[in-house]
Design a protein around this ligand. Structure first.
Ligand code: HEM
Length: 420
């Protein structure tokens, strides 16, 4: 484990830049300074109040009347007029549907999602997850045989969740790579710090995604047992059928949340497992180890690092008086390393007693309905990869490219080699 991982450097919070390389590559010492020095702190760069202690984060998540979810999908970097024009021309709107919906329509819409991702459905999907994982790893294996090395993020971690989601939701007629590029563009546009020129580029992908979703929702060609067909049959609390815009907004969020985040989790799980002495070969066969490793990665280094809420009225939080309308950034990742809850948080302990107490999937009414799927996919990915490629090792690299958005963080490359 490197110095950055131990978090033994001391940082001046005045220099904190949530998008900067220093924070993205070595977040722990910053998160520790926030927790101990300023657990509820205004960040002038983003206009958000950073909430860092586990118990404060949990309190906010559990009280969705006082801490509303309305700002969950706002663009953190204000969009330039040119990018807004691209979106407007495509008829892009994101009415409250799931993560950003604090209204009476939320529970019903959420039930449509949970029906597709409940524990029973996920358990039934394990053979499909294994089959897709084996197929993708077969290709990686061939490449390693020929060249001695391979990159497991783009060839495996990123594609597996997309293909699984397509099977589970009955999505047809689109290439996985297209869905992945649309989803990644959406994350960067709404959670990144793109320049105005880059915003236009991203907005055109997001517009294309939105138009494809709208056309798919409007056409009646989706299989009757598919997610889209279930949404179009859904009735709101007033008895009216769900409108197309909200159905599209629900799909937009599920298609992004359902694959990008899980791909990011798998990348970190593989990278950390390969870096931990002896873990890789053991996770191939030791019962429960892959699952426990995934849980520790979710606690210490989750892909969804933060989540937003907004105060409905003035409130005291962590001894700070917040006005109504204060936008909060819940530091989910930092909360998993809070020593008040997790002993020796810097250590990866697959057998720690409170292993599932982390907040990586949120909590309360909006808690991630895809948690079971994400956990299962990541554990299967680790186990199958360790079985297929037992002698793998990480390729030494001075600087792994990282995704570092406001709420999403992961290695963008897992370069591996087979010792000859
Ligand atoms: C490692 C992967 C994942 C992580 C870390 C993650 C994390 C999260 C978090 C932090 C939230 C917000 C929770 C809150 O506000 O309390 C959320 C919401 C959500 N996630 Fe996930 N997620 C992951 C995978 C998935 C998957 C696979 C799906 C779908 C299949 C999914 C669908 C959703 C949906 C629909 C919501 C909004 C729920 C609501 O507002 O009721 N997520 N997720």
């Amino acid at each position: 484990m490197g110095a950055a991982d131990r978090g033994d450097a001391h940082n001046s919070l005045g220099l904190l830049d949530l998008f900067g390389d220093g924070f993205v590559r070595a977040p722990y010492s910053w998160l520790e300074s926030l927790r101990s020095e300023a657990p509820v702190r205004y960040d002038p760069n983003t206009g958000l109040w950073l909430v860092s202690r586990y118990h404060d984060v949990r309190r906010v998540l559990l009280d969705s009347a006082l801490f509303r979810p309305d700002n969950a999908q706002h663009a953190v970097t204000p969009l330039a007029v040119a990018a807004l024009r691209v979106l407007a021309r495509a008829g892009f709107t994101l009415p409250p549907a799931l993560a950003n919906n604090g209204s009476a329509s939320h529970p019903g819409l959420r039930r449509v999602v949970t029906r597709f991702f409940n524990v029973r459905r996920v358990a039934a999907a394990v053979p499909a997850i294994e089959r897709i994982a084996e197929e993708l790893l077969g290709t990686a294996q061939k490449q390693i045989k020929t060249t001695g090395s391979c990159e497991l993020f783009t060839s495996f971690a990123q594609i597996l969740p997309c293909r699984v989601l397509m099977e589970l939701l009955g999505i047809e007629g689109i290439a996985p790579i297209t869905l992945i590029s649309w989803s990644d563009a959406s994350l960067e546009l709404f959670w990144g710090r793109p320049t105005p020129e880059r915003q236009v580029e991203l907005a055109s992908h997001v517009a294309e995604f939105h138009q494809w979703l709208t056309a798919t929702v409007r056409s009646s060609t989706s299989p009757p047992d598919s997610f889209i067909a279930a949404l179009t049959r859904h009735r709101l609390p007033d008895g009216k059928l769900l409108d197309v815009e909200t159905a599209v907004a629900a799909c937009f969020f599920v298609f992004i949340a359902g694959q990008s985040t899980t791909g990011q989790l798998i990348a970190t799980v593989l990278q950390r497992a390969l870096a931990e002495p002896g873990l890789w070969p053991r996770s191939a066969h030791e019962a429960g180890l892959a699952e426990a490793w995934v849980e520790e990665v979710l606690r210490r280094e989750p892909p969804v690092t933060t989540w937003r809420r907004v105060t409905a009225q003035p409130v005291e939080l962590g001894e700070v008086e917040l006005p109504a309308g204060a936008e909060l950034l819940l530091m989910l990742m930092g909360s998993g390393s809070d020593p008040d809850v997790f002993a020796a948080p810097e250590l990866m302990c697959p057998h720690r007693a409170n292993i599932r107490h982390h907040l990586a999937f949120g909590a309360g009414r909006h808690r991630c309905p895809g948690a079971s799927l994400a956990r299962t996919e990541a554990a299967v990915a680790l186990r199958v990869a360790a079985r297929h490629l037992p002698d793998l090792q990480l390729t030494e690299s001075p600087k792994t490219p990282m995704l570092g958005l406001l709420s999403f963080r992961a290695p963008l490359s897992v370069a591996v080699e087979q010792p000859r």
